[in-house]
Design a protein around this ligand. Structure first.
Ligand code: NAD
Length: 459
């Protein structure tokens, strides 16, 4: 039985596991025609899907809030991004998929990008539609067919999305299959699946990399976790920094790959930042995800709540005490309070609160002694997704950004800032190939170089 994480009295319908092999068979059969379909006709199908999705935006947003506990205002933002993504993906397709031809050289030639075949897309629970949808649109525009396996935590809302998408394309071009890790494993292991885009945890990403290691012709794009830091320099506007940090700790209850979970502060302004950050964090109180006023929703599951409880039971100095909240407005859910601890700079790199993704509204603060020390601490995890630097000095920011091993560096913006109009993705254990942002259409294709020698007639 499944229940809404923000109201455990609401039972959610459960959909049966689907048949991966059958879906791949349908997608493979459809590939023959879809790859030859002119790009203009593929774009028309995507625009059709866009209209359908736009018409269902508020129901889909409600579905996300009900099923995952994401606050409704955030869920609406996710749907806006889903609809907007289609135009961005079409721009990318027009930019990257056109043949490059050279006719005036000795051997006329062309460089073209060709679809790979059936693509498998596996999605997480926290942006259940948007993250998969980015990869799906790129694959489809490039002429691939797609089998989508959504998160089991968001099966109903993804099924609705899947139906809207399926009806916008010829039969078999887009397939959705429900299930959990087993179906994900079957999808990536199917030899007919030529390309995989996975968004989720590092553990599952590693399992997928291992499972596909022997098939060198299968491309695998991974968008994984984060342990994102904010660096607050002595010249920072501390109110601006505290606002951005609190927000990026609490958005989606800390369950974003780019949530802030580490705060590195210049030791000269530590006390001032703590005072401000405490006030901001205490203003985030859990609420019903379906209400417009709610800024902090519940965690996804009891298991996630247990992981949070274990983290806040650590024997460290807590600046903001976390706690489980059993009920909100008389409804039971997986609610928790934001928590902030302080770690000693020399011990921090060995501490799980500093190195491991907890996926809850918890952050660890560390005071640094110099700019080099801040860089060393920021880079002292296996992750490399986003880091924000709060400073009034652009040259200092550029210097730090150059030294930070992350895919996305921001000045005076929250770590969760990711407008969708630029590339987005992680380094190190946070992933590869930047599937989350612009230009994924390049990954969705193979490049072929064609050269023509002279035609010699006669024998
Ligand atoms: P998860 O890894 O538990 O599950 C993600 C998906 O993978 C689900 O559909 C699941 O059924 C499937 N799955 C699980 N094990 C699998 C396996 N061995 N083979 C194939 N499929 C498998 O992740 P989650 O809890 O849904 O999402 C949270 C994680 O996702 C966090 O680590 C977060 O940082 C990460 N994430 C990353 C980004 C990014 O852009 N880098 C974005 C969102 C979420």
């Amino acid at each position: 039985m499944r229940f809404s994480p923000g109201d455990l009295s609401i039972e959610l319908p459960t959909l049966p596991d689907g048949d991966i092999s059958q879906a791949v068979t349908a997608a493979q059969a459809a590939f023959v025609g879809w790859r030859k379909t002119p790009i203009e006709a593929r774009i028309a199908c995507l625009k059709n899907a866009q209209q359908r999705l736009a018409a269902e935006k508020s129901d889909l947003a409600r579905g996300i809030a009900l099923e995952t506990g994401k606050p409704i205002t955030e869920a609406r933002g996710e749907l806006d991004a889903v609809v907007a993504k289609i135009d961005l993906a079409i721009d990318d397709a027009n930019k990257h998929l056109a043949d490059q031809t050279e006719t005036d050289s000795l051997h006329p030639n062309l460089i073209r990008r060709r679809p790979r075949g059936v693509a498998g897309v596996i999605g997480p629970f926290n942006f259940p539609i948007h993250l998969a949808h980015g990869a799906i649109t790129a694959y489809l525009l490039a002429g691939n067919t797609v089998v989508f396996k959504p998160s089991p935590h968001a099966m109903n809302v993804c099924e609705t999305y899947g139906e809207l998408m399926r009806d916008s394309f010829p039969q078999g071009v887009f397939e959705i299959v429900q299930g959990a890790a087993t179906q994900g494993q079957q999808l990536v292991a199917d030899p007919r699946v030529r390309s995989v885009c996975f968004t989720g945890s590092v553990t599952a990403g590693q399992a997928i990399a291992r499972a596909t290691a022997d098939d060198l012709s299968k491309d695998v794009a991974l968008e994984l976790g984060g342990k994102n830091a904010v660096i607050v320099c002595a010249d920072a506007n501390l109110d601006q920094a505290a606002n951005a940090i609190a927000d990026a700790i609490c958005l989606t209850a800390g369950q974003r790959c780019n949530s802030t979970s580490r705060v590195l502060v210049d030791q000269s302004v530590e006390a001032d930042l703590i005072a401000r950050l405490r006030d901001k964090l205490l203003s985030y109180v859990p609420g019903d995800p379906l209400l417009d006023t709610t800024r902090l929703g519940p965690l996804i599951s009891q298991q996630a709540q247990q992981r949070y409880l274990q983290a806040i039971s650590s024997d460290v100095q807590w600046l903001v005490e976390g706690a489980k909240v059993d009920s909100v407005d008389n409804r039971r859910g997986h609610f928790v309070l934001p928590a902030l601890c302080r770690l000693d700079a020399d011990d921090a790199p060995q501490h799980a609160l500093f190195t491991q993704e907890i996926f809850a509204p918890i952050a660890a603060m560390v005071a640094y002694r110099s700019e080099d020390h801040a860089i060393e601490l920021a880079n002292a995890t296996d992750f490399g997704l986003t880091t924000s630097v709060f400073t009034a000095n652009r040259a200092r920011f550029m210097r730090l950004a150059d030294a930070l091993i992350v895919g996305n560096a921001y000045q005076n913006l929250p770590t969760t800032f990711s407008p969708g109009t630029l590339p987005f993705g992680g380094l190190k254990s946070s992933g590869n190939h930047h599937p989350g942002g612009r230009s994924f259409v390049r990954f969705a294709t193979d490049e072929q170089v064609v050269q023509m020698g002279s035609v010699v007639r006669g024998s």
